[in-house]
Every structure is written in structure tokens, then in C-alpha cells.
Write a new protein. Structure first.
Lengths: 410, 445
């Protein structure tokens, strides 16, 4: 991957010979708290709902007639427009995405609000999504990262079309990154094309107004219970706010996460809670890094009568990591597994564009994956013990969805 | 040791080199595909799934899939998982109606140990009783030793909380008269809690025979080295003397004989619907491609008929999600419409979806062109990742029993015109020949 700056546009290019489809990603950094929860999600959706020259249905036909796959997503730290298209459709795809960004009218504003409300109601029928929604709300409190389904439902009717126009203006002034991965013939031609046609991707100034949310922002353990009286399973997420990629702790947490519950079928949670105790089909840990915070969490879906046992299992596994050094073999295996997973998720053009674009917009640099793996390689068994000890001593958030009759069982 | 009796080269669209397809004298097949990648994917596809089950052992195919990870003579439970993952591998398996497959994605420098352990797991599964766990009555007792039986029961429980899975399970059960496809692949808690180790082992020995298995390797490797490793490591045992498992009669059903509507309720706020039709076998390439195209036109994406007519171009749509899909099976494909909707509009929804099926008897040139391009792009997309290439080859080898059909796909696609699509829509997607499954909030009639 190579990095270029043309007319103050950040352009990342990687040539992948003999691939039939390009991946193009445009990143717009979010640096302001939303006036109302849901503004950024609504903006991302409305970018596909009509421009000065195309109605929403005409746009859908323009893209899909040529099999140009497009998605627009608002994440916590950025809005991303992702496209994948056949090499022969380069001009068409790039012209259309330019049209979306420069000429969206947001006229379908009310209808899109109506659609979002329906989709959220439908999503909340799913106990796992309902649980995850409650967890996000609890762990991030009033921070912008707490933007979740139920908060969006509470706020969405307050949003005006002007709010969307303002948010659109904000992203055009924000920091941006453009990534193209595919089999282009001439690098200079591609760069000249973007320089001339994509002036709207000119990089803005970093005007960050979002505060970090730290681990000590959670003062005490919090348990959130959600009723689902016809549920066959109880589902639990237990999590902590932890350090993110800008901290030396990041690689250490990543290694602990791998050993505890994210390596696959041989992680400790998988072996000890699933294989040996038959508590679950699905049990794992997860480390999600964001610009202003990070979350380390454990998840299990279990029979409702096993809630207490599962929570004890989480604690026991963390205590083992805190009190007994992991063997050099297990530590080495975790490091190899992290490297293998990075390769696995960097295979095709879309994945390469997504990973590199993300690293760039987050300010991590294009060699971040290499430096991260170096840091991972330096992690010791003492580091893993220390991370486990820190987690055991920090307040946590536990969210549970289950039938009410099991509420007193833990 | 098995010997190679045949080697064929099959051209596969979007791959740089033809596939090498080897057949051994015991019937075992190996397919080697070249793809430049830092990873190698190794998988074995067994031609068994719920298609070979009966009412006494429903779910055993999937249970066997779990238990293949529970140890061999050489490697006790856990060693395979740990060795693969500490070498950077990603491993898993899946069971469906026609097949069960096991795969490893691993950095290419570690492929030898991966191949050796993968082969060992396929040919020498031991089904240790202490890993399976004791038999028990799931409605009365909780066993002290909760092992893999309980893991699968948790998986069943997880499915019970999935609204789409409930709707699909109910629809699937009423689409067929007798065919084993009518059962859920995962089986029932009662069968999983009670099936004996001997019965599980007998099922494995009946169906995990060399002629029933295709091993696939995709990535950058020396072909001679890979085929020799496969030859040396797949040491199948002779299980021809065992009393084989009985299977139900499998008469393909290509049309729903008795269309039904099944309604279920849950603690939810929106309605879920699936409408399904039965079609010819996936091996009927031209018809299968036509059904893919019809599904694209009807319900794939925001420019599809269902999305445009029922969501995008309606002021206050009563649908939240809507799409169509086409599942391919050896004994007859399924075509579905699925939607999530405002439950107060249930009756209108059923009628609107049937009307859209009925309207598929008229196709425009633009729709045909768009659907054909989508089919070509999907084929190209499935050739991007080593895992996706292996999955596609596995499908052609097991469901269609003929890998060379992959090479015919694009030429048959080109032959299809809109009159043919309309004919297939008339033949299979008659709204009077579909069954319907609804999941509604409690209290909704």
C-alpha cells in the first residue's frame, strides 16, 4: 500500500494484479458529538436516497444494473462509503459516488426516519441485538459512543432536515481518506483522476470535540437485566472500558483476549466453559478498539439456569490468567494466531481497503499492522497476568437477557 | 495405500489455472486449485447431512460434525484445535442437508501439519464416550457431566430464540410430504440427549467412506507434494462389514403437493413471513441458474421488484426488510420470499407477496440484463478468497456431483432468455403452489 497526497487529498493505492474488481473506500472522520443520537446513521442512509439528478430508485438501478456494490455506514469514529465494482466500471462507479456526496438532497428525510424506526423495532425483536444495545448504552453512558438503537429511537423524531444538512457539511470539512485497491494500469493516471475529480475529498483540519472515555469513568459494577420471558437461552455480556490502540496496553490486551476467548475453538473460555462444562454453544471474548476508548468483553449464550455458573466461569478464567502464568507455548500460539487472523482478514481487495483506510483515518499509519504485530511479539506472560489482574479489579458492566423467573438465580 | 486412478483438468472460471481433479482407487476424490494467497484452505466434503437421516437419528450428521473434533487414536480431543490455531489457522465445520464439511484456513508455511491432522480427523474419529457425555432425558434431568451433547442442545436452544430460524423451521416442515429434507438439520434435544455412541459411530462408518468424500486444497502449493500428502495421509479404514444405517426413502419432491400456511407466535413486536416453493434438483443447471436470476429480479437489492414496489416507492411502507432467495439442493431446490413487516398488515402482506410471485411470468429485457451481470459478478466474487473457492468447488462436487458444471455455468447463463425465465416462473413459482410460514406477536391472530 502506498500513500499519496495530491491537492491535500489523502490517497492510498494498492495494485493487486489479476483481480476483476476494484475496492474503493472513502472515510470521513467524525469529530463532533451528534446533536441527537442517530444523525450520523441517518445521514449515511440518506446519501443513497436521492440526489439532484437521481431519485432513490434511479440510484439503486444505476448501481445495481452494473453490479456496483455500495454501502454507507456510520461507525463510532467515521462514516465510510464502500464500493466494489468491476474494473471496467471504474468511471461509472466513481462518478456515481461523487454524485452522492456532492448532490444528495436529503428529500427522503421523513420516509427514511419512518424506515429506521421500523427496522430498529425489528432488530430489537432479536434478543442478542437487544442485549448488545443495552450493553453499549450502559458502558458508554452519555458519551457519543452510546449511540445505540434505543437511544436513536428516543431521539429520532427530534432530528430535522437541517440537522442532516449540517452533519453533511461537517463531514465535508472533516479529515478524510480515500483508498483504492485493484488492478489499475497506471498509478499516475489514477492519482491525476482523483486529484481532478475528487476535490471534495480534500483533507480537513482535525477539530476533535469528542472527549475520551476512560476506564475510571465506570465507578462501580453495574448489572442490567432485560426480560425476555419466552427466551430459551440466557445471554450475557460482561465488559470493561479499557485502553485502546493508542496505549502500550493494546497489544497486551489483544494477547490476553486471544488466549481467553478469541482464538477460535482452543481458547480457554471455549475449552473450559463449552467443551468441558457444556455451558454454551457460543462463548467468546472480544476487544474492540475505538479512537476515544475501547471495550473488552466476554459473551455467553447459556441455559437460563446457568447464569450464575457462567459468571463464575468468566471470573475463574480471568483469575487463572491473573494467578498462573501462561506457558511460553500458549503465549507463542496466541501470537501466531493473531498474525494468522490478520492475514485471513486481509485477503481480498475489499478487506485490504477497509483495514488500511481504517488505520489511516485513525492516524495509526500504514505500517500499523506490522508495528502492532511487533508489539504483540514483545508481550510476556507477566503482561498477560497484569492485564487479567487489572480487569479483575476494575468495575464492570454486566448485561443479561433471560426470563424473569431466573432473575433471583444469581 | 490408495492409488490414483484418474486425473482430470477442469477449467474453472476466474481462476488462473484449471482445477486438477484426482480420483483414487477407493473412490476418494481430491481437487487442487491454484490461487495466489498467503493462506491455504484445506477442506473435506462428505456427501451426507440430514438427507441421510431418519426420525430416530435426526441431527446425527451435525452431532458427528461436532464430535469429529473430539479426538482420534493419535491426537486426543483438543490437540487438533490447539495445533491449528497456534499455527495461525482458522478452523471450523458445517452441516447442511446434503453435505458436511470440515475446513482449515492456514498460513501456507504450515499446510503440511494442517493436512496431516485434517486427514487424521476425517479417517480416524474415535467418538470418546467421555467427550460425548452420558445419555439423559432432557425433559427431566440435568446430567452432572455436560459434554458435547449439551453443547449441541445449547445450539438448539440458541436457534429457538432466532425468529428467522423459527419461521424457516416451520415452513420447511410443511413444504415436504415425506422427504428427509423436511427435518431440521440440527435435530431435536431428545434425540441428541439419547443417541448412543454406538449409533453415532455406525453413522460415521456408514457415510464417511472414501467414495463419499472430496478433499479440496486451494492456494499456492506444489501440486505433486500436495497430492502425495493427501494420498499418504487419507488412510481410510475398511468399514464395509458393518451393519449400515438405514435411511428414509428419498423420493425427490419438486412441487408442494399440499400448500399450507403455518402460524406461530413469539414475544416480538414485528411480523415475520417466509413463503416457499419447491423446484427441480440443483443438478439441473439451466433451471437452477434461471431460479438464481428470478431471485435477483424479484428480491435482491434495492432495485429489486420487492424493494422498489413495497418499500422504496411507497409512502409509508409496512415492510422493514424484504428479499427473495434460492437454496440449491440435490433432491430439489427451494425458492423463498422472506419479509419482516408490520403485523397489523398480515393479510395484505400475504396477498402482496403472492401477487409478486404471479407477476414473475413477465420479465423485462433490462431485468434480465441486470440479473445476468449479477450472476457473473457473483461467480467472480466467489473466486476471490481461498475459502470461498473451496466452498464453491465443494458445492459442485457434493450437491451437483459434477465439478465440470462450474465451467458450464457462464455459457448456460448466456443461453437464457426472458421467455425461458417466464417459463420457469410459471413452472415453479405459482402462488397457489407455495406454503407460507408466519411468526406473529403473541395475541395476533
Amino acid at each position: 500500500m502506498e500513500e499519496f497526497k495530491r491537492n491535500n487529498i489523502n490517497i492510498l493505492l494498492e495494485k493487486t494484479p489479476a483481480t476483476p474488481r476494484f475496492a474503493l473506500n472513502l472515510f470521513f472522520k467524525l469529530n463532533k458529538k451528534e446533536k441527537y443520537y442517530g444523525i450520523n446513521s441517518l445521514l449515511a442512509r440518506l446519501l443513497l436516497q436521492g440526489t439532484k439528478n437521481y431519485s432513490a430508485s434511479e440510484l439503486a438501478l444505476e448501481f445495481e444494473n452494473e453490479c456496483i456494490d455500495i454501502s454507507t455506514k456510520a461507525k463510532q469514529d467515521y462514516i465510510k462509503i464502500s464500493l466494489v465494482f468491476l474494473n471496467e466500471d471504474f468511471k461509472k462507479a466513481t462518478s456515481l459516488v461523487k454524485e452522492l456526496i456532492l448532490n444528495s438532497t436529503f428529500d427522503d428525510f421523513e420516509k427514511e426516519i419512518y424506515k429506521i424506526k421500523g427496522e430498529i423495532t425489528s432488530d430489537l425483536d432479536n434478543p442478542k441485538l437487544k442485549l448488545s444495545d443495552a450493553f453499549i448504552k450502559s458502558i458508554f453512558k452519555n458519551h457519543p459512543y452510546s449511540s445505540c438503537h434505543t437511544k436513536i429511537l428516543d431521539d429520532i423524531d427530534k432530528i430535522t432536515k437541517q440537522d442532516i444538512i449540517d452533519a453533511h457539511k461537517d463531514i465535508l470539512e472533516a479529515q478524510k481518506t480515500l483508498v483504492l485497491v485493484g488492478d489499475f494500469e497506471n498509478k499516475e493516471e489514477v492519482l491525476n483522476y482523483f486529484e481532478k475529480e475528487f476535490q471534495f475529498m480534500e483533507n480537513g483540519i482535525d477539530k476533535n470535540e469528542i472527549e475520551d472515555i476512560f476506564k475510571n469513568d465506570i465507578k462501580e459494577d453495574e448489572i442490567v437485566w432485560l426480560s425476555k420471558n419466552d427466551a430459551s437461552q440466557a445471554q450475557i455480556i460482561q465488559g470493561w472500558l479499557v485502553d485502546s490502540f493508542n496505549s502500550p496496553m493494546c497489544a497486551k490486551i489483544a494477547v490476553l483476549n486471544n488466549i481467553l476467548g478469541s482464538s477460535g475453538l482452543s481458547s480457554r473460555l471455549f475449552v473450559n466453559l463449552r467443551d468441558k462444562q457444556g455451558l454454551a454453544y457460543n462463548v467468546r471474548s472480544q476487544y474492540e478498539t475505538l479512537l476515544h476508548s475501547a471495550v473488552f468483553s466476554m459473551y455467553i449464550g447459556t441455559a437460563p439456569k446457568n447464569i450464575q455458573k457462567s459468571l463464575e466461569g468468566f471470573k475463574t478464567e480471568l483469575e487463572k490468567l491473573a494467578n498462573e502464568k501462561v506457558s511460553e507455548k500458549e503465549l507463542k500460539g496466541a501470537k501466531e494466531n493473531i498474525a494468522g487472523r490478520l492475514k485471513y482478514f486481509s485477503q481480498n481487495n475489499s478487506q485490504i481497503a477497509a483495514i488500511n483506510g481504517y488505520n489511516h483515518i485513525m492516524g495509526l499509519g500504514l505500517d500499523y499492522n506490522t508495528s502492532f504485530l511487533k508489539e504483540v511479539n514483545n508481550v510476556t506472560s507477566d503482561d498477560v497476568c497484569n492485564v487479567a489482574k487489572i480487569l479483575l479489579n476494575m468495575p464492570k458492566v454486566i448485561t443479561i437477557i433471560a426470563p424473569d423467573e431466573y432473575k433471583t438465580s444469581f | 495405500m490408495a492409488e490414483i486412478t484418474k486425473k482430470e483438468e477442469i477449467i474453472y472460471p476466474y481462476l488462473e489455472k484449471p482445477l486438477s481433479v484426482y480420483t483414487f482407487d477407493n473412490g476418494h476424490k481430491a481437487v487442487l486449485a491454484y490461487k495466489k494467497s498467503p493462506l491455504i484452505n484445506i477442506s473435506s466434503w462428505t456427501k451426507t447431512g440430514s438427507i441421510n437421516e431418519n426420525s430416530e437419528n435426526n441431527g446425527v450428521s451435525h452431532f458427528v460434525e461436532h464430535l469429529l473434533f473430539k479426538g482420534t487414536t493419535k491426537y486426543p480431543a483438543g490437540v487438533f484445535d490447539r495445533t491449528m490455531e497456534e499455527n495461525g489457522g482458522i478452523i471450523n465445520a458445517a452441516t447442511w442437508k446434503d453435505y458436511t464439511f470440515y475446513y482449515i484456513n492456514i498460513p501456507k508455511e504450515h499446510f503440511k501439519i494442517a493436512l496431516e491432522m485434517h486427514a487424521d480427523m476425517i479417517v480416524d474419529a474415535q467418538f470418546p464416550k467421555d467427550e460425548i457425555g452420558p445419555e439423559f432425558d432432557p425433559n427431566k434431568e440435568t446430567p452432572k457431566e455436560k459434554r458435547e451433547r449439551y453443547v449441541v442442545i445449547e445450539e438448539i436452544r440458541m436457534g429457538e430464540d432466532n425468529n428467522w430460524r423459527k419461521v424457516y423451521k416451520n415452513l420447511n416442515s410443511v413444504m415436504y410430504e415425506k422427504h428427509p429434507y423436511k427435518r431440521e438439520v440440527i435435530g431435536t434435544k431428545e434425540i441428541i440427549a439419547n443417541i448412543s455412541q454406538e449409533e453415532i459411530s455406525r453413522y460415521y462408518k456408514t457415510f464417511y467412506t472414501p467414495s463419499n468424500i472430496t478433499t479440496i486444497a486451494v492456494g499456492e502449493f506444489d501440486e505433486d507434494e500436495m497430492i502425495n500428502l493427501i494420498k499418504d495421509n487419507f488412510k481410510f479404514k475398511d468399514n464395509s462389514n458393518i451393519e449400515k444405517c438405514k435411511t428414509d426413502e428419498k423420493i425427490p419432491e419438486y412441487k408442494i403437493k399440499n400448500p399450507q400456511t403455518i402460524v406461530d407466535h413469539a414475544d416480538i413486536n414485528t411480523g415475520y413471513i417466509m413463503m416457499g416453493a419447491l423446484c427441480d434438483s440443483a443438478k439441473n443447471l439451466k433451471e437452477t441458474i434461471a431460479l438464481d436470476l428470478l431471485s435477483t429480479i424479484l428480491g435482491d437489492g434495492k432495485s429489486s421488484r420487492l424493494y422498489l414496489n413495497l418499500i422504496e416507492n411507497v409512502k409509508n411502507p409496512h415492510y422493514y426488510q424484504i428479499e427473495s432467495c434460492h437454496y440449491q439442493f440435490k433432491d430439489g431446490d427451494n425458492f423463498f420470499i422472506e419479509a419482516n413487516f408490520d403485523p397489523n398488515k398480515k393479510d395484505i402482506v400475504v396477498q402482496e407477496l403472492k401477487n409478486h410471485l404471479d407477476n414473475l411470468t413477465t420479465i423485462t429485457d433490462e431485468e434480465l440484463k441486470k440479473a445476468k451481470k449479477r450472476a457473473k459478478v457473483n461467480f467472480a466474487q466467489d473466486s476471490e478468497l481461498v475459502g470461498d473457492i473451496a466452498d464453491a468447488i465443494g458445492y459442485w462436487a457434493t450437491v451437483c456431483d459434477d465439478i465440470s458444471l462450474a465451467n458450464n455455468y457462464l455459457s448456460v447463463l448466456n443461453e437464457i432468455n426472458k421467455e425461458y425465465l417466464e417459463e420457469i416462473a410459471k413452472k415453479y413459482l405459482n402462488p397457489n403452489l407455495v406454503s407460507t410460514s408466519l411468526l406473529l406477536p403473541k395475541g395476533e391472530k
